[in-house]
Design a protein around this ligand. Structure first.
Ligand code: SF4
Length: 235
């Protein structure tokens, strides 16, 4: 059975234009130095598991108000043998839409989610340019072929989606961001997420000042030959 370790009852921020309940699962196969959920990844036992019945009851009580759920983490695909598909099927059967957040390291999982119509929107993190620079951002030796497979799969899925990158000064330059956009050529949406230094996994990043909004704005134009629709979030 899927273990939900965090539950935001009502969120207006996690899916543009939708009202959702946001659910967190524990564990991740990345170790991004800018991650804010280190506790959930390293010490999941310190978080209470929220009974699925309770979540289901909440969703049903607010069915008129909620569009659906956002399943995030951690990395939800790590739970594919621990009730992930069954849980999402239940949510869909109840009539809710599903936004699914992923780091894209498990294209087989995404393929099954798409094939079984268990997701309506996928938000995939692109940590950095898809070359030797990636590992610095993901914090692990990353199988980029998997990441590339997931990008292709999502772009060809027919679903609504976004690719998103947290733009961390010292780890990503404006040129790096353009290199990411090149890899996403033809994508529907590329989101530049503002870096938030509070609570980062790597304490050294907590003193790093985020890029000014103007600097983020300047990153947009050079990316647009590759992805027209570029959003800045959180700045
Ligand atoms: S992929 Fe997401 S949850 Fe996993 S370490 Fe990176 S930021 Fe944290």
């Amino acid at each position: 059975m899927l273990e939900i370790k965090g539950f935001i009852e009502t969120s207006f921020l996690d899916w543009d234009g939708k009202v959702v309940s946001t659910l967190y699962v524990a564990g991740c196969n990345f170790r991004c130095p800018f991650c804010h959920n280190a506790g959930l990844i390293e010490k999941p036992h310190e978080y209470e598991t929220i009974p699925l019945k309770k979540i289901e009851g909440f969703l049903l009580e607010r069915k008129d108000f909620l569009d659906g759920i956002c399943l995030t983490g951690g990395e939800p695909c790590l739970h594919k043998k621990r009730g992930l598909f069954e849980f999402l099927q239940r949510v869909k059967d109840l009539g809710f839409q599903v936004k699914f957040d992923s780091n894209g390291l498990d294209p087989e999982c995404l393929h099954r989610l798409i094939g079984q119509n268990l997701v309506d929107y996928i938000a995939m993190d692109i940590k950095g340019p898809l070359d030797e620079r990636y590992d610095k951002l993901s914090g692990v030796k990353t199988d980029l072929s998997k990441v590339k497979q997931s990008i292709k799969l999502i772009m060809e899925s027919g679903l609504d989606y976004e690719f998103r990158t947290t733009v961390v000064p010292t780890l990503l330059s404006p040129e790096d961001v353009v290199d990411i956009a090149k890899e996403l050529k033809g994508a529907r949406k590329f989101v530049l997420q503002q870096f938030a230094p509070a609570h980062t996994w790597d304490e050294a990043l907590r003193t790093i000042k985020p890029y000014d909004r103007e600097v983020l704005d300047e990153m947009v134009k050079p990316c647009q030959p590759y992805v027209k629709n570029i959003l800045i979030r959180g700045a």
